[in-house]
Design a protein around this ligand. Structure first.
Ligand SMILES: Cc1ncc(COP(=O)(O)O)c(C=O)c1O
Length: 353
Protein backbone atom coordinates (compact mmCIF):
# COMPACT_ATOMS: atom_id res chain seq x y z
CA UNK A 1 0.00 0.00 0.00
CA UNK A 2 1.33 3.47 -0.87
CA UNK A 3 1.78 6.16 1.76
CA UNK A 4 -0.48 9.19 2.04
CA UNK A 5 -4.28 9.39 2.03
CA UNK A 6 -6.00 6.06 1.55
CA UNK A 7 -9.16 5.80 -0.59
CA UNK A 8 -12.35 4.40 0.91
CA UNK A 9 -12.75 0.64 0.59
CA UNK A 10 -15.77 1.14 -1.73
CA UNK A 11 -13.63 3.10 -4.18
CA UNK A 12 -10.81 0.59 -3.92
CA UNK A 13 -13.18 -2.27 -4.77
CA UNK A 14 -15.23 -0.71 -7.58
CA UNK A 15 -14.77 -1.78 -11.20
CA UNK A 16 -13.03 0.95 -13.25
CA UNK A 17 -15.04 2.58 -16.01
CA UNK A 18 -13.19 3.82 -19.09
CA UNK A 19 -15.49 5.40 -21.66
CA UNK A 20 -13.74 5.25 -25.05
CA UNK A 21 -13.61 8.98 -25.67
CA UNK A 22 -11.12 10.87 -27.80
CA UNK A 23 -10.31 10.60 -31.49
CA UNK A 24 -13.96 10.85 -32.55
CA UNK A 25 -13.79 14.19 -34.36
CA UNK A 26 -14.46 14.10 -38.10
CA UNK A 27 -15.78 10.52 -38.02
CA UNK A 28 -19.34 9.33 -38.51
CA UNK A 29 -20.07 8.86 -34.79
CA UNK A 30 -22.54 6.01 -34.47
CA UNK A 31 -21.07 4.88 -31.15
CA UNK A 32 -22.65 6.95 -28.36
CA UNK A 33 -26.34 7.25 -29.28
CA UNK A 34 -25.99 10.99 -29.68
CA UNK A 35 -27.97 13.11 -32.10
CA UNK A 36 -25.92 12.75 -35.30
CA UNK A 37 -26.80 16.10 -36.85
CA UNK A 38 -26.50 18.38 -33.84
CA UNK A 39 -28.81 20.51 -31.75
CA UNK A 40 -31.34 23.04 -33.00
CA UNK A 41 -29.72 26.22 -34.40
CA UNK A 42 -31.94 28.08 -31.92
CA UNK A 43 -29.93 26.55 -29.08
CA UNK A 44 -26.71 27.95 -30.54
CA UNK A 45 -28.38 31.34 -31.01
CA UNK A 46 -29.52 31.39 -27.38
CA UNK A 47 -26.16 30.35 -25.94
CA UNK A 48 -24.35 32.92 -28.08
CA UNK A 49 -26.46 35.71 -26.59
CA UNK A 50 -25.33 34.69 -23.14
CA UNK A 51 -21.63 34.62 -23.99
CA UNK A 52 -20.89 37.96 -22.41
CA UNK A 53 -18.62 38.82 -19.49
CA UNK A 54 -21.64 40.10 -17.60
CA UNK A 55 -23.52 36.83 -17.90
CA UNK A 56 -20.48 34.64 -17.25
CA UNK A 57 -19.51 36.51 -14.13
CA UNK A 58 -22.50 35.54 -11.97
CA UNK A 59 -23.54 32.23 -10.46
CA UNK A 60 -26.39 30.64 -12.42
CA UNK A 61 -30.00 31.54 -11.64
CA UNK A 62 -32.42 28.78 -12.49
CA UNK A 63 -35.89 30.23 -11.90
CA UNK A 64 -36.76 31.00 -15.53
CA UNK A 65 -35.40 27.69 -16.78
CA UNK A 66 -37.24 25.78 -14.04
CA UNK A 67 -40.54 27.48 -14.88
CA UNK A 68 -40.16 26.92 -18.59
CA UNK A 69 -39.09 23.28 -18.24
CA UNK A 70 -41.90 22.63 -15.73
CA UNK A 71 -44.44 23.88 -18.27
CA UNK A 72 -42.86 21.79 -21.01
CA UNK A 73 -42.81 18.57 -18.96
CA UNK A 74 -46.26 19.34 -17.45
CA UNK A 75 -45.06 19.20 -13.85
CA UNK A 76 -44.67 21.77 -11.08
CA UNK A 77 -41.23 23.38 -10.59
CA UNK A 78 -40.96 21.67 -7.20
CA UNK A 79 -41.48 18.25 -8.82
CA UNK A 80 -38.09 18.07 -10.52
CA UNK A 81 -34.43 18.97 -10.23
CA UNK A 82 -32.24 20.07 -13.09
CA UNK A 83 -29.06 18.03 -13.13
CA UNK A 84 -25.65 17.91 -14.78
CA UNK A 85 -26.82 15.22 -17.21
CA UNK A 86 -28.64 12.06 -16.19
CA UNK A 87 -25.37 11.06 -14.59
CA UNK A 88 -25.79 13.63 -11.85
CA UNK A 89 -29.45 12.62 -11.50
CA UNK A 90 -28.30 9.07 -10.77
CA UNK A 91 -25.60 10.32 -8.42
CA UNK A 92 -27.98 12.55 -6.46
CA UNK A 93 -30.56 9.78 -6.24
CA UNK A 94 -27.94 7.34 -4.95
CA UNK A 95 -26.54 9.87 -2.49
CA UNK A 96 -30.03 10.61 -1.18
CA UNK A 97 -31.08 6.99 -0.63
CA UNK A 98 -28.03 4.70 -0.42
CA UNK A 99 -25.88 4.01 2.62
CA UNK A 100 -22.96 1.63 2.89
CA UNK A 101 -24.17 -1.95 2.37
CA UNK A 102 -27.63 -1.06 1.00
CA UNK A 103 -29.24 -3.31 -1.59
CA UNK A 104 -29.45 -1.91 -5.15
CA UNK A 105 -31.14 -3.89 -7.94
CA UNK A 106 -30.33 -3.18 -11.59
CA UNK A 107 -30.30 -5.02 -14.93
CA UNK A 108 -27.45 -6.41 -17.01
CA UNK A 109 -26.60 -5.20 -19.53
CA UNK A 110 -27.71 -1.65 -18.90
CA UNK A 111 -26.33 1.83 -18.44
CA UNK A 112 -22.98 1.58 -16.64
CA UNK A 113 -23.51 4.54 -14.33
CA UNK A 114 -26.14 2.78 -12.19
CA UNK A 115 -23.49 0.40 -10.91
CA UNK A 116 -20.80 3.09 -10.88
CA UNK A 117 -22.51 5.55 -8.52
CA UNK A 118 -23.99 2.78 -6.35
CA UNK A 119 -20.55 1.31 -5.83
CA UNK A 120 -18.96 4.68 -5.06
CA UNK A 121 -21.59 5.11 -2.34
CA UNK A 122 -20.84 1.64 -0.92
CA UNK A 123 -24.13 0.09 -2.07
CA UNK A 124 -24.31 -3.63 -2.80
CA UNK A 125 -25.36 -4.06 -6.41
CA UNK A 126 -27.32 -7.08 -7.62
CA UNK A 127 -27.90 -7.53 -11.33
CA UNK A 128 -30.65 -9.42 -13.14
CA UNK A 129 -30.16 -10.46 -16.75
CA UNK A 130 -32.30 -9.61 -19.76
CA UNK A 131 -33.86 -12.71 -21.35
CA UNK A 132 -31.27 -14.41 -23.50
CA UNK A 133 -33.41 -15.10 -26.58
CA UNK A 134 -34.95 -11.69 -27.27
CA UNK A 135 -33.38 -9.43 -24.60
CA UNK A 136 -36.83 -8.65 -23.24
CA UNK A 137 -37.35 -7.61 -19.62
CA UNK A 138 -37.82 -10.65 -17.31
CA UNK A 139 -40.58 -9.25 -15.12
CA UNK A 140 -41.28 -12.42 -13.10
CA UNK A 141 -37.65 -12.94 -12.16
CA UNK A 142 -37.25 -9.25 -11.42
CA UNK A 143 -40.23 -9.20 -9.05
CA UNK A 144 -38.83 -12.30 -7.31
CA UNK A 145 -35.48 -10.56 -6.88
CA UNK A 146 -36.98 -7.54 -5.10
CA UNK A 147 -36.45 -7.77 -1.34
CA UNK A 148 -38.13 -5.84 1.47
CA UNK A 149 -34.71 -4.28 2.20
CA UNK A 150 -34.07 -3.24 -1.45
CA UNK A 151 -33.40 0.51 -1.33
CA UNK A 152 -32.98 1.41 -4.97
CA UNK A 153 -34.01 0.06 -8.38
CA UNK A 154 -32.65 1.66 -11.56
CA UNK A 155 -34.05 0.74 -14.97
CA UNK A 156 -33.59 2.29 -18.39
CA UNK A 157 -36.73 2.37 -20.53
CA UNK A 158 -35.97 1.78 -23.36
CA UNK A 159 -32.78 0.10 -22.24
CA UNK A 160 -29.27 0.77 -23.49
CA UNK A 161 -27.74 -1.27 -25.14
CA UNK A 162 -30.57 -3.75 -25.77
CA UNK A 163 -33.07 -1.24 -27.18
CA UNK A 164 -35.87 -3.19 -25.52
CA UNK A 165 -38.62 -1.57 -23.44
CA UNK A 166 -40.47 -2.37 -20.23
CA UNK A 167 -44.26 -2.52 -20.38
CA UNK A 168 -46.35 -0.03 -18.37
CA UNK A 169 -47.93 -2.89 -16.53
CA UNK A 170 -44.52 -4.23 -15.50
CA UNK A 171 -43.40 -0.83 -14.21
CA UNK A 172 -46.58 -0.65 -12.17
CA UNK A 173 -45.93 -4.12 -10.71
CA UNK A 174 -42.39 -3.12 -9.69
CA UNK A 175 -43.59 0.10 -8.06
CA UNK A 176 -46.27 -1.78 -6.13
CA UNK A 177 -44.02 -4.69 -5.14
CA UNK A 178 -41.23 -2.47 -3.77
CA UNK A 179 -43.03 0.43 -2.05
CA UNK A 180 -40.00 1.23 0.15
CA UNK A 181 -37.46 1.27 -2.67
CA UNK A 182 -36.72 4.33 -4.78
CA UNK A 183 -37.48 3.22 -8.36
CA UNK A 184 -35.79 5.18 -11.15
CA UNK A 185 -37.13 4.88 -14.68
CA UNK A 186 -34.41 6.41 -16.85
CA UNK A 187 -36.09 7.70 -19.99
CA UNK A 188 -32.99 8.94 -21.85
CA UNK A 189 -34.46 7.63 -25.14
CA UNK A 190 -38.13 8.48 -24.43
CA UNK A 191 -38.61 10.61 -27.54
CA UNK A 192 -37.97 7.62 -29.83
CA UNK A 193 -40.65 5.44 -28.22
CA UNK A 194 -43.15 7.73 -26.51
CA UNK A 195 -43.63 5.51 -23.45
CA UNK A 196 -43.29 7.41 -20.17
CA UNK A 197 -43.98 6.93 -16.49
CA UNK A 198 -43.74 10.68 -15.85
CA UNK A 199 -47.50 11.24 -15.33
CA UNK A 200 -47.35 8.77 -12.41
CA UNK A 201 -45.00 10.73 -10.13
CA UNK A 202 -47.85 11.74 -7.84
CA UNK A 203 -49.50 8.34 -7.98
CA UNK A 204 -46.53 6.24 -6.82
CA UNK A 205 -44.53 7.76 -3.95
CA UNK A 206 -41.49 5.65 -4.84
CA UNK A 207 -41.27 6.66 -8.53
CA UNK A 208 -38.44 8.75 -10.00
CA UNK A 209 -38.15 9.50 -13.72
CA UNK A 210 -35.16 10.98 -15.51
CA UNK A 211 -34.83 12.68 -18.89
CA UNK A 212 -31.81 14.08 -20.69
CA UNK A 213 -30.84 16.73 -23.20
CA UNK A 214 -27.90 14.57 -24.34
CA UNK A 215 -29.66 12.35 -26.86
CA UNK A 216 -32.44 13.57 -29.14
CA UNK A 217 -31.73 17.23 -28.27
CA UNK A 218 -28.12 16.94 -29.43
CA UNK A 219 -26.62 18.59 -26.35
CA UNK A 220 -24.47 15.88 -24.74
CA UNK A 221 -21.61 18.33 -24.26
CA UNK A 222 -23.81 20.71 -22.27
CA UNK A 223 -24.49 18.06 -19.59
CA UNK A 224 -28.11 18.76 -18.78
CA UNK A 225 -30.86 16.49 -17.55
CA UNK A 226 -33.80 16.38 -15.15
CA UNK A 227 -35.03 14.07 -12.44
CA UNK A 228 -38.73 14.09 -11.55
CA UNK A 229 -40.64 12.79 -8.54
CA UNK A 230 -43.20 14.01 -6.02
CA UNK A 231 -42.28 17.27 -4.29
CA UNK A 232 -41.23 15.64 -1.01
CA UNK A 233 -38.74 13.32 -2.71
CA UNK A 234 -37.45 16.18 -4.86
CA UNK A 235 -36.90 18.32 -1.76
CA UNK A 236 -34.69 15.55 -0.27
CA UNK A 237 -32.72 15.21 -3.49
CA UNK A 238 -32.19 18.94 -3.80
CA UNK A 239 -30.87 18.92 -0.26
CA UNK A 240 -28.24 16.37 -1.37
CA UNK A 241 -27.39 18.20 -4.61
CA UNK A 242 -24.72 20.85 -4.99
CA UNK A 243 -26.38 24.21 -5.63
CA UNK A 244 -24.75 25.14 -8.97
CA UNK A 245 -24.07 21.83 -10.67
CA UNK A 246 -25.89 22.91 -13.86
CA UNK A 247 -24.02 25.72 -15.56
CA UNK A 248 -25.83 28.80 -16.84
CA UNK A 249 -25.25 28.00 -20.54
CA UNK A 250 -26.75 24.53 -20.10
CA UNK A 251 -29.86 26.02 -18.49
CA UNK A 252 -30.17 28.56 -21.33
CA UNK A 253 -29.67 25.81 -23.91
CA UNK A 254 -32.33 23.58 -22.32
CA UNK A 255 -34.89 26.39 -22.48
CA UNK A 256 -34.15 27.06 -26.14
CA UNK A 257 -34.22 23.33 -26.91
CA UNK A 258 -37.73 22.71 -25.56
CA UNK A 259 -39.03 25.75 -27.45
CA UNK A 260 -37.99 24.18 -30.76
CA UNK A 261 -40.12 21.07 -30.56
CA UNK A 262 -40.47 20.95 -34.37
CA UNK A 263 -36.74 20.37 -34.68
CA UNK A 264 -36.89 17.42 -32.30
CA UNK A 265 -39.99 15.97 -33.98
CA UNK A 266 -38.30 16.14 -37.39
CA UNK A 267 -35.18 14.40 -36.08
CA UNK A 268 -37.21 11.64 -34.43
CA UNK A 269 -39.09 11.11 -37.71
CA UNK A 270 -35.82 10.83 -39.60
CA UNK A 271 -34.34 8.37 -37.09
CA UNK A 272 -37.41 6.13 -37.16
CA UNK A 273 -37.23 5.99 -40.97
CA UNK A 274 -33.48 5.34 -40.80
CA UNK A 275 -34.02 2.55 -38.28
CA UNK A 276 -36.28 0.75 -40.79
CA UNK A 277 -33.57 1.18 -43.41
CA UNK A 278 -31.03 -0.32 -41.01
CA UNK A 279 -33.29 -3.35 -40.34
CA UNK A 280 -33.69 -3.82 -44.06
CA UNK A 281 -29.93 -3.62 -44.67
CA UNK A 282 -29.10 -6.03 -41.84
CA UNK A 283 -31.77 -8.46 -43.10
CA UNK A 284 -30.21 -8.32 -46.55
CA UNK A 285 -26.86 -9.32 -45.08
CA UNK A 286 -28.51 -12.01 -42.94
CA UNK A 287 -27.18 -10.36 -39.79
CA UNK A 288 -29.38 -11.03 -36.75
CA UNK A 289 -30.38 -8.02 -34.64
CA UNK A 290 -32.73 -7.05 -31.83
CA UNK A 291 -35.66 -4.75 -32.65
CA UNK A 292 -35.12 -1.47 -30.88
CA UNK A 293 -37.35 1.20 -29.38
CA UNK A 294 -34.51 3.72 -29.36
CA UNK A 295 -31.99 5.40 -31.70
CA UNK A 296 -29.63 2.44 -31.81
CA UNK A 297 -29.65 -1.22 -32.79
CA UNK A 298 -27.75 -4.08 -31.24
CA UNK A 299 -26.72 -6.64 -33.85
CA UNK A 300 -24.93 -9.97 -33.87
CA UNK A 301 -21.56 -9.97 -35.51
CA UNK A 302 -20.43 -13.20 -33.81
CA UNK A 303 -16.68 -13.62 -33.55
CA UNK A 304 -16.28 -10.68 -35.94
CA UNK A 305 -17.63 -8.11 -33.49
CA UNK A 306 -14.30 -6.47 -32.68
CA UNK A 307 -12.70 -6.86 -36.15
CA UNK A 308 -15.81 -5.32 -37.75
CA UNK A 309 -15.81 -2.46 -35.27
CA UNK A 310 -12.12 -1.81 -35.98
CA UNK A 311 -12.44 -2.09 -39.76
CA UNK A 312 -15.38 0.34 -39.75
CA UNK A 313 -13.35 2.75 -37.64
CA UNK A 314 -10.55 2.60 -40.22
CA UNK A 315 -13.17 3.69 -42.76
CA UNK A 316 -14.34 6.57 -40.60
CA UNK A 317 -17.47 4.97 -39.10
CA UNK A 318 -17.60 4.49 -35.32
CA UNK A 319 -19.81 1.85 -33.70
CA UNK A 320 -19.62 0.38 -30.18
CA UNK A 321 -18.52 -3.09 -29.22
CA UNK A 322 -20.81 -4.69 -26.61
CA UNK A 323 -19.53 -8.24 -27.01
CA UNK A 324 -18.03 -8.11 -23.50
CA UNK A 325 -21.56 -8.18 -22.11
CA UNK A 326 -23.61 -9.88 -24.85
CA UNK A 327 -21.40 -12.27 -26.80
CA UNK A 328 -20.91 -11.26 -30.44
CA UNK A 329 -22.95 -8.06 -30.20
CA UNK A 330 -22.14 -4.58 -31.42
CA UNK A 331 -24.32 -1.48 -31.20
CA UNK A 332 -24.85 1.05 -33.94
CA UNK A 333 -26.47 4.43 -33.35
CA UNK A 334 -29.16 5.33 -35.85
CA UNK A 335 -28.84 8.80 -37.36
CA UNK A 336 -30.19 10.00 -40.69
CA UNK A 337 -30.99 7.70 -43.63
CA UNK A 338 -27.88 8.94 -45.44
CA UNK A 339 -25.69 8.12 -42.45
CA UNK A 340 -27.25 4.68 -42.03
CA UNK A 341 -26.78 4.06 -45.74
CA UNK A 342 -23.09 4.90 -45.44
CA UNK A 343 -22.76 2.51 -42.49
CA UNK A 344 -24.56 -0.25 -44.41
CA UNK A 345 -22.46 0.24 -47.51
CA UNK A 346 -19.23 -0.02 -45.51
CA UNK A 347 -20.56 -2.97 -43.52
CA UNK A 348 -21.62 -4.81 -46.65
CA UNK A 349 -18.19 -4.43 -48.24
CA UNK A 350 -16.55 -5.83 -45.10
CA UNK A 351 -19.09 -8.51 -44.31
CA UNK A 352 -18.82 -10.41 -47.57
CA UNK A 353 -15.03 -10.36 -47.64
C1 LIG B 1 -29.87 4.79 -20.45
C2 LIG B 1 -29.02 6.00 -20.40
N1 LIG B 1 -29.18 6.89 -19.43
C3 LIG B 1 -28.43 8.00 -19.35
C4 LIG B 1 -27.42 8.23 -20.27
C5 LIG B 1 -26.51 9.44 -20.15
O1 LIG B 1 -27.18 10.56 -20.10
P1 LIG B 1 -26.50 11.96 -19.74
O2 LIG B 1 -25.64 12.35 -20.87
O3 LIG B 1 -27.73 12.78 -19.57
O4 LIG B 1 -25.72 11.83 -18.46
C6 LIG B 1 -27.19 7.33 -21.29
C7 LIG B 1 -26.10 7.60 -22.26
O5 LIG B 1 -25.61 6.78 -22.95
C8 LIG B 1 -28.01 6.20 -21.36
O6 LIG B 1 -27.82 5.29 -22.33
Amino acid sequence: MTEGPQPREAVRQMAPYHPPTGGRAGKLRLDFNENTVGCSPKVIEAITQYLTADHLTVYPEYVDAMNELAAFFKVKPEEFAMTNGTDEAIQVLVNTYIDDGDDVLIMRPSYAMYRFYSEVAGGVVREMEYRKDDLSFPIDKFLDALRPETKLVMLANPNNPTGTGIKFEDIRLILETAPDAAVLIDEAYFEFCGVTALPWINKYPNLFVSRTFSKVYGMAAMRCGCIFSNKDNVAWMRKAQSPYSVNMLAAVAARAAVRDSDYVARYVGEVLAARELAYFGLDKLNIPYFKSQANFILFQAGDRAIPIRDALRDRGVLIRDRSYEIPGCVRVTIGTRDQVQRFLTELESLWNK
